[in-house]
Ligand binder design. Structure first.
Ligand code: AMP
Ligand code: MG
Length: 338
């Protein structure tokens, strides 16, 4: 299959791909997504095939406004509208009970569905023009770090999808925050651009799913099916080094072998001369770290490093999301400097 390269102006061509059941690489403010008509079970099935995604890992339905929630969801709590009012369009996915119209292919047979209204103007224009909800996971091959620009997505999907729209680099860089509103208190399933602190301002108490901060044990049943899979991982094993930035950098210097790779804050790049290196951004600029983290992880797959060491921000604000992606890429192999 030839994958069409579309510009941000070719909204009608992109919408037509979705309407006729095709697969579309679609820019969002979080990461690039692999979209299909969310009401067309056949089209949704092709998403799983293109990604090599396990069938029991559900997708998110993307809609142009909160008005569309009632079309696909039932028992919608007032908190959903309060969150939509504050954070939509934006990087927040709500888990709600779905109506029968939503195909099992989207929900993996669950009685709930993930709903999001994205903020990227090109993405919104395409969804509105298509006139259908767009089911989409991230546009990477299953298991790899998510793509945050068109070139990264083409690396995984060229020849496997009908088209891809260039919407520039993603402004957030990590996938949406996922909040489950079907339980009391609401539960954070995945940290992202909307922070836990922001959610608590609207919702009061919010539980954090244990899978956000640690590896699920043998026989433990994760709340969201996707949580049990290895994720975001480069080919080489990753070790995350936590602690104050200077101490963590020193720890890496002391423990690394010749040829090991390193992901570090900009201030410490000079310590690792001769090592394959990716800079995460200034230690104080966590939004920049979020924009760079997936590209940094992906870059090492083009090298022959045997091992990667990574500095990591504090798990607060959007740092919770960056730390979560790094820790998952490391299979929660985390050491503490000091
Ligand atoms: P991705 O953004 O590529 O990771 O794919 C969508 C994410 O949303 C996955 O982590 C899914 O497990 C999660 N998700 C989608 N629908 C649901 C649902 N009904 N309940 C819990 N998690 C969901
Ligand atoms: Mg994904």
């Amino acid at each position: 299959m030839q994958t069409l390269r579309l510009t941000a102006e070719q909204v009608e061509t992109a919408a037509e791909i979705l309407r006729r059941g095709g697969l579309l690489g679609i820019p969002t403010e979080t990461v690039y997504g692999l979209g299909a008509n969310g009401l067309d079970a056949g089209a949704v099935g092709r998403i799983f095939a293109a990604k090599g995604r396990p069938q029991d890992n559900p997708l998110i339905l993307h809609i142009p406004s909160a008005d569309w929630l009632e079309r696909y969801c039932e028992d919608i709590p007032p908190s959903a509208y309060a969150l939509a009012e504050r954070f939509w369009p934006g990087p927040l996915t709500m888990i709600l009970r779905h109506k029968p119209i939503v195909p099992d292919a989207v929900t993996a047979g669950l009685d709930t569905v993930g709903m999001r209204c994205p903020a990227h103007p090109v993405c919104r224009a395409i969804i509105a023009a298509a006139g259908v909800p767009v089911a989409a996971p991230s546009g990477n091959t299953s298991g790899r770090p998510s793509p945050t620009n068109m070139a990264d997505m083409l690396e995984d999907m060229d020849g496997k999808i009908d088209g891809i729209v260039d919407g520039g680099p993603c402004a957030v860089g990590v996938e949406s925050t996922i909040i489950d509103l079907t339980c009391v208190p609401p539960r954070l399933l995945r940290p992202g651009g909307i922070t836990l602190e922001q959610l608590r301002e609207v919702l009061g108490e919010v539980a954090v799913d244990p899978a956000v901060t640690r590896l699920m044990g043998e026989g433990e049943k994760p709340r969201a099916p996707g949580m049990k899979y290895r994720h975001y991982a480069p080919k080489a094993p990753v070790t995350v080094v936590q602690g104050a930035p200077a101490a963590a950098a020193r720890y890496i210097q002391d423990h690394m072998a010749p040829g090991d790779g390193v992901i570090c804050f900009d201030e410490y790049a000079g310590l690792f001369d001769g090592h394959p290196l990716e800079q995460l951004g200034p230690s104080t600029d966590v939004p920049e770290q979020a924009r760079r983290v997936f590209d940094a992880l992906r870059w090492f797959d083009g090298t022959d490093v045997q091992q990667i060491w990574a500095q990591c921000p504090e798990a607060a604000g959007i740092g919770l999301a960056v730390a979560n992606r790094l820790n998952k890429a490391a299979g929660f192999h985390i050491v503490q400097a000091e």
